[in-house]
Ligand binder design. Structure first.
Ligand code: HEC
Length: 253
């Protein structure tokens, strides 16, 4: 039996998809649970947003999302959260030490999601939904109770979780350079948006007996495109998007 990627995306789950799409997964990919001493409690979104926003100017995107979530978990849960090293992840700013790769906000949120859900599938589904939110929502939406750096006018749709493209699209909409107070303000507000979205998803999961209903299909882009990817091939390849199956001789057809 040979399934096309499209067939199994329409008819079956991720595992069937992975098995049908070739031997690129050598080891078992089934979900598993794992222990962690970090517990969750329902969080106040507004407080999470404010802590993420106000800490940005010192901690930058990744650590400030951690600050937004962890500061509240310290109050609501305590325990190991009290010693959680928020600043140990600051290197993830600017898409990994300024390399413009993955926006650090999602790294920060993903760290907390992984620590509290203790289940590979749940964490993957939540982080995937967060990437969809980040990529296809006009951002930033957060309105600070007190503006700390600058007034800004524009929201933009990143179309991708990639820092460089996301911030570049916003800069071109706003008409400002990277090293400006406006751009810092934008990333601070966007950090609040991502921290609040993560807290909202975690609250939902928590209140639902620690069950999470994914809103988007997990590994959709990978299976659909046949390569780790986003739905934006033409941004870089123009009209001549290469076909991953024809390119890689090592992939069995
Ligand atoms: C952020 C920019 C970017 C995006 C978006 C992107 N690519 Fe690429 N891709 C590249 C670059 C750069 C290379 C390396 C090309 C080279 O060196 O010739 C590459 C290489 C590839 C290759 C292997 C080399 C080749 O030319 O065959 C494949 C296959 C490929 N991309 C497919 C895709 C597909 C399918 C998508 C969308 C799902 C996509 N790419 C999205 C930048 C991008």
């Amino acid at each position: 039996m040979k399934l096309s990627r499209r067939d199994f995306l329409l008819t079956s789950g991720v595992m069937v998809g992975l098995m049908a799409s070739g031997k690129f997964l050598h080891s078992q990919a089934w979900a598993y649970t794992y222990p962690s001493e970090f517990e969750y409690a329902e969080l106040d979104l507004e407080e999470v947003g404010w802590e993420a926003y106000r800490n940005y100017f010192k901690k930058w995107c990744c650590s400030t999302v951690l600050a937004g979530l962890v500061s509240q978990l310290r109050k609501r849960v305590g325990g190991p959260w009290k010693d959680f090293p928020i600043d140990a992840y600051r290197w993830a700013h600017g898409g990994l030490a300024g390399w413009g790769a993955l926006c650090g906000t999602m790294v920060g949120a993903g760290i907390v999601i992984g620590l509290v859900t203790k289940d590979t599938d749940t964490a993957e589904a939540m982080v995937n939904d967060l990437a969809f939110f980040y990529s296809y929502t006009p951002l930033p939406q957060y309105q600070p109770r007190k503006i700390l750096k600058a007034e800004i006018q524009n929201m933009s749709v990143a179309g991708t979780p990639v820092c460089h493209i996301s911030v570049g699209r916003w800069m071109s909409a706003e008409g400002v350079a990277f090293f400006t107070e406006e751009r810092a303000e934008r990333c601070a507000r966007l950090s609040a948006d991502v921290a609040m979205k993560a807290a909202q998803m975690l609250n939902e999961w928590y209140k639902n007996g620690k069950k999470y209903k994914p809103k988007n299909r997990v590994l959709y882009n990978l299976l659909h495109n046949g390569i780790t990817s986003q739905n934006n091939c033409m941004d870089c390849h123009g009209a001549n998007v290469p076909n991953p199956e024809e390119t890689y001789a090592t992939l069995k057809k």
